[in-house]
Write a protein that binds this ligand. Structure first.
Ligand code: IDP
Ligand code: MG
Length: 143
């Protein structure tokens, strides 16, 4: 069975600011996935417009972009069998208040009462998204 996937993971600015980059990478590695690329980056409006194109027009879109520009992000490419689904499972639900304990968002995240949920991580949600997002963040890698 060859279902080796790559997923684009971001430690969002709240995670980097709170010093949780190492803890989040630790959980990915402890799960058994491989780190293919890890880079501390400043997002740009252009990168975010491409990355979050599906959310354009939603009420949290502008706060989301502003939040993602508020500090560096750790951009990561993760590899492993079914790692796209697997990382989403490690990350937990979008809303950190209800994200299950044991997940990154459930253990380390909370609601700060802001217009956008600061929920520590992004993870690609499908093979198509992963290919597209890896192309955005790591043009030299391919997917
Ligand atoms: P995901 O990150 O769990 O895949 P998406 O629906 O793709 O969630 O949304 C992208 C990001 O936008 C979320 O991670 C979160 O930061 C923010 N977001 C999504 N939905 C809401 C909402 O209803 N209120 C506030 N922020 C939201
Ligand atoms: Mg998403």
């Amino acid at each position: 069975m060859t279902d080796v996937q790559r997923s684009l993971v971001l430690v969002k600015p709240d995670g980097v600011r709170r010093g949780l980059s190492g803890e989040i990478l630790r959980r990915i590695e402890a799960k058994g996935y491989t780190l293919v690329a890890v880079e501390l980056r400043d997002a740009t409006p252009e990168i975010l417009a491409a990355h979050y194109a599906e959310h354009e027009g939603k009420p949290f879109y502008a706060p989301l972009v502003e939040f993602m520009l508020s500090g560096p992000v750790l951009a990561v490419v993760v590899e492993g069998h079914r790692c796209i689904e697997g990382f989403r499972s490690l990350a937990g639900a979008t809303d950190p208040t209800v994200a299950a304990p044991g997940t990154i968002r459930g253990d380390l995240g909370r609601d700060w009462g802001l217009a956008v949920q600061q929920n520590l991580v992004h993870g690609s949600d499908s093979p198509e998204s992963a290919e597209r997002e890896i192309g955005i963040w790591f043009a030299d890698l391919g997917a």
